[in-house]
Ligand binder design. Structure first.
Ligand code: ADP
Length: 542
């Protein structure tokens, strides 16, 4: 017997309608490329998104057609999120920090029909304009009076012209909830980027999960600042969760340095923020060197790479900001696990709690996970054994865009490429990416633990641990270190810093000091570049 409840499709446009009807005067504040701070409300967002939906139709974007953005976090990007998907087209947010060849590859692969871009990226767009074969219109996200006086792009359109020309009367279509809504490409540290095509349904279910208290925990009383870019896996779902909960939204635009972020946090009363560890490093440096405090910030979500325990300690102990460690990936929309405490942890001391926070967290309902041995056998969740991490769930990719079949799945589970352990309480901890793991004498050494320890040393700004060739052990860990400006520490002092913190044989064999560690387009250390750089490195043999 079937249930007898209403059947409303799960559509992103319903989030916008909800925000407009029930949180109409809530604010969205954006730092703009024009140089000022712009503010308007959810009612304004909804009105302009309807105008934009009409504008996209006027540009003859086909049903299901792809529309690209190269843009910072801001209100116009929000309008594109809702108007493009809500009208039955697909928004493809491209990471502007990628190399021009990769941007071109993605735009072609997605067959984008229109490209909307922040004026910051005009040189990039000019350099690829005659190479992106399917793009019919280029639209600058800027006020009319700030349009460039000349450009190598013929018929460059102004976003504000397009929106203003349209009526605000538009009925969001009742799409099938399986309709594609957005398309994100993995940053592709190896090979070409791969597209993940999210549906309205998967996005809505992910939004419910993201908003939960033990997840990102969003509420109408929050002021949320997504530092994580809207071009990186939909800013971890926050643009949707904000509409679902009616939170105030603060968009940082291009100002991602510590000073700009801190000023926005204080001016707008930000209570919650989300971003990758490298961004928080910049913010903490600014706050520490200027003797500042956060007056409203209560918690920060940190993910994308492992959050070093030293960073957890600094936020919690020095600034009274609660750290929520999270793990996910493009293929997971992106949320997989979030590190929220259970009741028993609340009674523990700070040190014990921080040991929990070093882990990537518990599965969010909607994503299941397990670890397996190389032959696919499930391993116990004993907090000791490590294995390949597999996941499945409502917002996990089943196949990549334009790829046939589900060949990359393992018995219906998605292999994440991460190596992890899971403890009896269900907390998962990533020990490595499978390709970064160091294999010493047939045993695995997890590079993340070694990096976390180095990062706790006061002289270290950034640390990467990579495998270096060793005549006896095959591979041994080499610690590559970038020091803080003016700081000094010797190789032996750093290696001694590992004493008692880790099994002796895990201690790196050597330290290489470098001026900088290469970062990828999403702020992650590019360890394959370091491996290349140090491929002929001779470890000292004892
Ligand atoms: P890409 O692999 O293309 O960089 P993503 O941005 O989707 O794509 O990154 C996903 C990967 O980032 C994960 O598989 C994992 O290796 C890493 N990652 C994400 N969050 C964390 C975290 N909290 N701790 C450790 N690694 C993380």
């Amino acid at each position: 017997m079937n249930g007898q409840m209403m059947q409303l499709p799960l559509l992103t446009s319903s989030l916008l309608v909800h925000a407009q009807r029930h949180h109409s005067d809530q604010e969205i504040v954006s730092r703009r490329v024009e140089g000022d701070v712009h503010r308007y409300t959810y009612a304004d967002l909804a009105r302009r998104a309807r105008q934009l939906a009409n504008a996209v139709a006027a540009l003859d974007v086909t049903e299901g057609g792809r529309v690209a953005t190269l843009a910072w976090n801001g209100y116009r990007h929000m309008e594109l999120y809702y108007a493009v998907s809500g009208s039955g087209r697909v928004l493809n947010t491209i990471n502007p920090r990628l190399h021009a060849d990769q941007v071109t590859y993605i735009a072609d692969h997605a067959e984008n029909e229109v490209l909307f871009f922040d004026i910051t990226f005009l040189p990039l767009v000019e350099s690829i304009a005659d190479r992106v074969s399917t793009v019919r219109h280029f639209v600058a996200l800027i006020d009319k009076d700030k349009m460039p006086s000349s450009s190598r792009i013929p018929n460059l359109l102004c976003y504000e012209d397009l929106v203003e020309a349209q009526s605000a009367s538009y009925d969001w279509p009742m799409l099938d909830e399986q309709t594609a809504a957005t398309l994100c490409y993995t940053s592709g540290t190896t090979g070409n980027p791969k597209g993940v095509l999210y549906s309205h349904r998967s996005t809505l279910l992910h939004t419910f999960a993201a908003a939960l208290p033990d997840s990102l925990g969003c509420s109408a009383a929050d002021v949320i600042l997504p530092v994580v870019p809207m071009f990186h896996v939909n800013a971890w779902g926050l643009p949707y969760a904000a509409c679902m909960t009616g939170a105030k939204l603060v968009m940082p635009g291009a100002g991602l340095d510590g000073k700009s972020l801190y000023e926005l946090f204080e001016a707008e009363g930000v209570t919650m923020a989300a971003g990758v560890p490298t961004v928080w490093q910049g913010l903490l440096n600014h706050v520490q060197s200027n003797g500042l405090k956060f007056s409203t910030m209560r918690r920060t979500v940190i993910g994308g790479s492992a959050c070093p325990p030293a960073m957890v300690r600094t936020f919690e102990q020095d600034y009274n900001v609660h750290v929520v460690h999270a793990w996910g990936m493009t293929e997971l929309s992106p949320l997989g696990t979030v590190c929220a405490f259970k009741a028993k942890h609340l009674a523990q001391n700070a040190e014990q709690r921080q040991a929990v926070q070093a882990k990537q967290g518990r599965a969010v309902f909607g994503v299941d996970m397990k670890i397996v041995s190389p032959d696919g056998a499930e391993l116990p969740c004993d907090g000791v054994q490590t294995g390949d991490l597999l996941v499945r769930g409502h917002w996990v990719v089943s196949r990549y865009f334009k790829e046939e079949g589900e060949g990359h799945l393992q018995d219906g589970w998605f292999p994440t490429g991460d190596v992890a352990k899971i403890d009896p309480d269900g907390y998962m901890q990533i020990t490595d990416r499978s390709k970064d793991v160091i294999k010493s004498g047939g045993e695995w050494i997890g590079s993340i633990d070694l990096e976390n320890i180095a990062m706790a040393h006061p002289a270290v700004a950034m640390a990467a641990c990579i495998a270096a060739k060793h005549p006896k052990w095959d591979e041994r860990p080499l610690l590559v270190v970038m020091l803080k400006p003016g700081a000094q520490v010797t190789r032996d002092e750093l290696l001694a810093f590992y004493d008692g913190k880790i099994a002796k044989w895990w201690t790196p064999d050597d330290v290489a000091f470098v001026d900088s560690i290469p970062l990828g387009a999403t702020g992650k250390m590019l360890k394959h570049r370091l491996r290349e750089q140090f491929k002929d490195y001779h470890l000292p043999t004892a």
